[in-house]
Design a protein around this ligand. Structure first.
Ligand code: IPE
Ligand code: IPE
Ligand code: MG
Length: 250
């Protein structure tokens, strides 16, 4: 294999993380699950700061899935409270680092008080351009795809578009992630090797990094390790190795 033209160690433009293992982290210490979630907030802060320092433009964190609504009510309430506290406490950090907050998911299901704080944080940071931090809240990939399909179907029914004109690009712009590039790297903590309904459409060609580390133990060192692993991958997007390492058009 020729080394000529091989991609230099590169940073992903978009990292998405399935933050898993809070409950097990707490269980191992004889603590209630919510303590794991509380400690998980520290990891969020560390990863956001690290991504920002490295100038990674997009970071997406899977914080609460649509399926997570099925958990015991006290845990759901505790998670919603932590989320509200996080949004309030981190606003100065987001503003200082010029980070824009976005949300993906069926946010209409979130409690009113959470939606209020979210709307405030999203609008207060809307003009920030250094990094986009996207939170998956009440998020599920299939649900997002169905909502996008409904939008397109409504536009077709209204005669605004013709069904045969629908393209992948048009579909992408009806997803919650419209305007955000597809993730280059998806990280999942806690040793689980599954996608759990996260960014199903967008991860078509993502690289995956799995670690046994539980989310509350995930920090800057673990994040850098995942990035290092990513930099050693050879992405081919369906092409041969020779094609994939050549600059476009050669
Ligand atoms: C991830 O940790 C956080 C959420 C899904 C909200 P878990 O709560 O899933 O922790 P485990 O997987 O039970 O250890
Ligand atoms: C995925 O974790 C969802 C989030 C990290 C928010 P889960 O703990 O809910 O996923 P499963 O149930 O192990 O697949
Ligand atoms: Mg879990």
């Amino acid at each position: 294999m020729t080394s000529e033209g091989s991609a230099p160690p590169s940073l992903p433009r978009h990292v998405a993380i399935i933050m898993d293992g809070n409950g097990r982290w707490a269980n191992l210490r004889g603590l209630p699950r919510v303590e794991g979630h509380r400690m998980g907030v520290r990891s969020v802060r560390a990863v956001v700061e690290c991504a920002r320092e490295l100038r990674i433009p997009c970071l997406t964190l899977y914080a609460f899935s649509l399926e997570n609504w099925g958990r015991p009510e006290p845990e759901v309430i505790a998670l919603m409270t932590l989320l509200k506290e996080f949004l309030v406490s981190e606003l100065p950090l987001l503003l200082r680092h010029r980070i824009r907050l976005r949300v993906i998911g069926e946010t209409t299901s979130l409690p009113f008080a959470v939606r209020q704080v979210l709307e405030h944080t999203v609008s207060a940071t809307a003009g920030n351009t250094e990094m986009t931090l996207t939170l998956g809240l009440s998020y599920a990939g299939r649900n997002e795809i169905v909502r996008a399909a409904r939008r397109l179907a409504a536009e077709a029914a209204d005669g605004k578009i013709a069904p045969e004109e629908i393209t992948e690009e048009m579909f992408s712009t009806r997803l919650d992630t419209a305007g955000i590039p597809d993730p280059d790297l998806v990280i999942r903590t806690s040793g689980e090797l599954r996608i759990s309904n996260f960014l199903l459409w967008q991860s078509a060609y993502a690289e995956f990094a799995f670690t046994d580390v539980l989310w509350p133990d995930f920090g800057k060192a673990e994040f850098l390790q995942a990035l290092e692993e990513y930099s050693r991958r050879h992405r081919r997007f369906g092409l041969t190795t020779d094609q994939a390492v050549k600059p476009p058009g050669k």
